[in-house]
Design a protein around this ligand. Structure first.
Ligand SMILES: [Zn+2]
Length: 117
């Protein structure tokens, strides 16, 4: 006997069932506001079965899954790789002014190009 299912496909965070059964993320440290895209959930359903609640999810590119974003002019930390004094690559956090980071850069994560070219 087939399992009952009622699968709904969500096109994005605006879909009616996009945030079903996804909890809001707790606010993380210095971040200021709920993400305007995922509304604080950090991810959304791309497909959900309204009977079993099995789902497929997408992570929000705007907040990188944190659910919260920085607003205003606070500097934002961007992960980057630099050479250490010993000549070995190491992870660092570069703080850049908010206005230097476009939404496209934020979704690119550590691939940020400093001059925005
Ligand atoms: Zn988000």
């Amino acid at each position: 006997m087939p399992h009952a299912s009622n699968i709904v496909v969500c096109d994005g965070p605006d879909s009616p069932h996009a945030f079903d059964i996804i909890p809001l993320k707790p606010r993380n440290g210095m971040l200021d506001a709920r993400c305007p895209i995922c509304l604080g959930h950090g991810e959304w359903n791309t497909e959900i079965d309204l009977v079993s609640f099995r789902c497929k999810r997408a992570t929000c590119d705007r907040c990188l899954g944190a659910g919260w974003v920085e607003t205003g002019n606070d500097p934002i930390g961007v992960p980057d790789i630099e050479l250490s004094p010993e000549g070995k690559p190491q992870w660092v956090i570069n703080y850049v002014p908010r206005e230097d980071v476009t939404q496209k850069d934020a979704s690119g994560g550590n691939l940020l190009v400093p001059d925005g070219s």
